[in-house]
Design a protein around this ligand. Structure first.
Ligand code: FES
Length: 147
């Protein structure tokens, strides 16, 4: 492994042993659950939202090292962001942090499970708080273009 690959590998191992923002968030405004159909691993993401900002976030569940590392990075990136900025988070924001841009297709679902759960939680929250049909259509479009 090259120097950078070693560092990224160590980061993934560290995150999988000591995931950040891991556990249950009892006082949440939205929670969503989904699983990876290939392995059955599953993740919950709960968020506390104040003034259109994510003031707290935790993930819970089980997954492989890549899944746990990506969930940790994603929750770190998300905490403190406005809902508009959370909508703009893309897969490369997470993959790039861990040197996973060229991940094999079979592992990409491991890496992006938490992003899928986060976006679903966000859309659930927004759909409950929007009354403009156009905005709901925009959310559906966003969801369809997730990957
Ligand atoms: Fe289950 Fe990676 S093997 S999420």
């Amino acid at each position: 492994m090259s120097g950078n690959a070693d560092i990224y590998h160590e980061m993934i191992v560290d995150y999988s042993r000591n995931p950040t923002n891991y556990g249950k968030l009892e006082d949440h405004d939205v929670i969503f659950h989904d699983s990876n159909p290939l392995c059955g691993d599953s993740i919950d993401i709960a968020m506390k939202i104040d003034d259109n900002k994510v003031t707290d976030i935790k993930f819970d569940g089980k997954g492989c090292a890549i899944c746990m590392a990506c969930s940790s990075v994603l929750t770190e990136i998300t905490k403190g962001k406005s809902l508009d900025d959370v909508r703009k988070i893309e897969k490369n924001d997470i993959l790039g942090e861990l040197g996973l841009e060229h991940l094999q297709a079979v592992r990409i679902k491991c890496a992006l499970l938490s992003l899928k759960v986060l976006k679903s939680a966000l859309y659930t929250y927004l759909a409950d708080h929007l009354d403009d049909a156009q905005d709901v259509d925009r959310l559906k479009e966003d969801a369809a273009n997730l990957y």
